[in-house]
Design a protein around this ligand. Sequence first.
Ligand code: SME
Length: 154
Amino acid sequence: METAKKQGRYERIILQLEELLTKTSDPVARMATIAAVLSHKFDYYFWCGFYRIMGDQLIVGPYQGPVACQVLKGGGVCLTCVRENRSIVVEDVHKFPGHIACDSRSNSEIVVPVYDRDRRLMAVLDVDSTALGSFDDTDSIFLEKIATLVYREV
Ligand code: SME
């Protein structure tokens, strides 16, 4: 998708989410709402959802898309995001060492950290695409903004 179009769409989604996420501060309700809105607005999103940090594992949270792994441990893109405490954009998941394939149709992926209000890392927001190279800096900038809405004060 063309950068300007992508940017405009993310900007409109953020405005919509800011409105929607005033009903409750419950993080699960917010994660579910974010996953639903995002997955319906972008054609290139194949899977979109959250993994929550539970000790040294990640446990799946609200998501949209095909059934995904419930527990991630050892390695993978999501755990790399947690360990390195930064967003990870993967052009080709088959070239990412340790990538965990929950669905063989995924070919590219982005994972961004989700912090609470005290800036503790609580979860990650993960998006998969069936196309190679679907995600870029525009996605990471806006998904990082969207991730801040999970624990935002009402
Ligand atoms: N590919 C991820 C696993 C989660 S799924 O993409 C939904 C990973 O390597 O951590």
